[in-house]
Ligand binder design. Structure first.
Ligand SMILES: [Zn+2]
Length: 493
């Protein structure tokens, strides 16, 4: 079951749309944005209808976020400023918009921003209360650039950051993961949780050695968090445009997944911006819509499947709407589409991966023991390192037509581990997996059948990091094999 929200546009978005139509008459007075337009949502909705996905999702009415909820993240002074824009005339709106970077206030902006945040919180409730397994909130304005005291980059209230604080407060969560796959750095989220080890923030973003907006030093890989939050802020800077499917999957396999399996989140929030997709004028990246299906699939294996995606950017309407559909199909459990293009990350991506891993080595046990050594038996503790650092990269390099998993007797993996392995391998071969199990393993057989039927979300509890010897041996194996299987590479050095 997947949940789906569309913040309704009888209010601000429609108003923005009308304002856009008046553009030619009021050019000097109405501050409006050329790309963050209402059609972003309507095109997604039309495409979802085209794929018959609307009727497969549970649609939940949205509500406005309350002032108290907004103030979980934002200051009361800033809230009052946003509130005051409701009654402003055009000239005042233009002036107040100019106080911020790339922000366009309209009399209905406040209402729309409250609806976007409120829809996100409704999604968190639906997932946390088990009304739905996962879901996506299609909302605007986006949120990840907005800060405690400032609107920024089309963002008014920080929807995802508010959702994280809300989930902590209402459900007592101790570990929340935020994955920001928008092509811009969500510096707002970074600032809010910079010293907070209970929220792990991951962002990849077009950076180009600080030349690309917002051009901040703290968007680079060495901004790892501050104080107690050190190690809980992961920035992957893209120093070139044109990053594609292989680059994105490589970062997930070699940076995000090993760290977050160790982090063991209780809820995953995604700042799901699709300006990192092909065709987008902002990102100028090359990842195809199918790539977002795979990224979603990876994240579905964390936090017992509690996954909430929230729309951020995405300005190429065709690319955006297709990517949203691919994401929602994956949430619904559809077979994953094949990834196009050569599965080999580029040198610039490998340099970024290497730098991030090196910067976080001090904070994450799974990165600690890199070097040369010998592998002992494959123990459960080594499992995640082997899965993300060896098995999946080889599988993604090879792109099989069928995956066969053979589970013999006396293997040392836990049932959860085996289920996780099978489920992650379902990302390949258009989800065609043949599992061969010894007859004596009847409990495992039941789990695997449930898993293949889509009724069971595997997760790995009780994470313990791999031993030094095993990590070193995996590293050695990777080095031996990476000429042939390019996705094994995790360094540009
Ligand atoms: Zn963006």
């Amino acid at each position: 079951m997947c949940s789906f929200f569309l913040s309704r546009d009888t209010d601000g978005s429609l108003f923005t749309f009308i304002a856009k139509r008046k553009y030619m008459f009021v050019f000097f007075f109405s501050p409006i944005c050329e790309i963050e337009v209402p059609e972003r949502l309507s095109s997604c909705y039309e495409q979802l209808q085209g794929y018959n996905l609307i009727e497969r999702c549970t649609s939940v009415p949205v509500r406005e976020a309350t002032e108290d909820e907004i103030m979980l993240v934002h200051s009361s002074d800033y809230l009052e400023i946003v509130k005051s824009t409701e009654k402003m005339k055009q000239e005042e709106l233009r002036k107040i918009s100019a106080d911020f970077d790339a922000v366009y206030f309209h009399p209905t902006t406040y209402l729309c921003a409250k609806l976007a945040a409120g829809a996100t919180l409704e999604l968190v409730d639906a997932v946390m209360l088990g009304r739905t397994r996962n879901g996506m909130a299609l909302v605007r304005p986006p949120g990840h650039h907005s800060q405690r005291n400032a609107a920024n980059g089309f963002c008014i209230f920080n929807n995802v950051a508010i959702a994280a604080k809300y989930a902590q407060k209402k459900y007592g969560l101790e570990r929340i993961l935020i994955v920001d796959w928008d092509v811009h750095h969500g510096q707002g989220i970074q600032y809010i949780f910079d010293e907070d080890p209970s929220v792990l923030y991951f962002s990849w973003h077009r950076f180009e050695h600080q030349q690309f907006w917002p051009s901040l030093k703290e968007s680079d890989y060495d901004a790892v968090g501050q104080g107690k939050g050190k190690g809980f802020n992961i920035n992957v800077p893209w120093n070139k445009v044109g990053m594609g499917n292989a680059d994105y999957v490589a970062v997930f396999l070699h940076v995000l997944l090993p760290l977050v399996f160790e982090f063991d989140p209780e809820l995953v929030l995604v700042s799901a911006g699709f300006d990192s997709g092909i065709g987008d004028p902002e990102g100028q990246m090359c990842a195809t819509p199918e790539c977002f299906a795979h990224l979603t699939h990876f994240l579905m294996h964390l936090a017992k499947g509690k996954l909430c995606l929230v729309l951020e950017g995405g300005y190429h309407l065709r690319s955006l709407s297709e990517s949203v559909c691919m994401t929602i199909k994956t949430l619904l459990g559809d077979p994953l589409p094949r990834l196009s293009g050569e599965m080999a990350p580029c040198l610039s991506a490998l340099e970024s991966i290497h730098n991030v891993r090196a910067a976080h080595k001090t904070y994450w046990k799974c990165l600690l023991h890199e070097g040369n050594g010998r592998l002992k038996d494959l123990e459960t503790t080594t499992f995640i390192s082997a899965l993300t650092g060896l098995i999946l990269p080889v599988a993604y390099s090879y792109q099989p037509d069928l995956t066969v998993v053979i589970i013999g007797q006396n293997q040392s993996l836990s049932q959860n581990g085996i289920s996780l392995l099978i489920s992650l391998l379902q990302g390949l071969a258009q989800s065609q997996v043949l599992v061969l199990i010894q007859e004596s393993e009847s409990k495992l057989l039941q789990d695997v059948i449930k898993l293949l039927m889509g009724d069971f979300t595997p997760f790995l509890g009780n994470y313990t990091p791999a031993s030094k010897e095993n990590v070193q041996m995996l590293t050695e194996l990777r080095q031996q094999l990476q000429q042939e299987w390019k996705m094994l590479q995790c360094s540009g050095k």
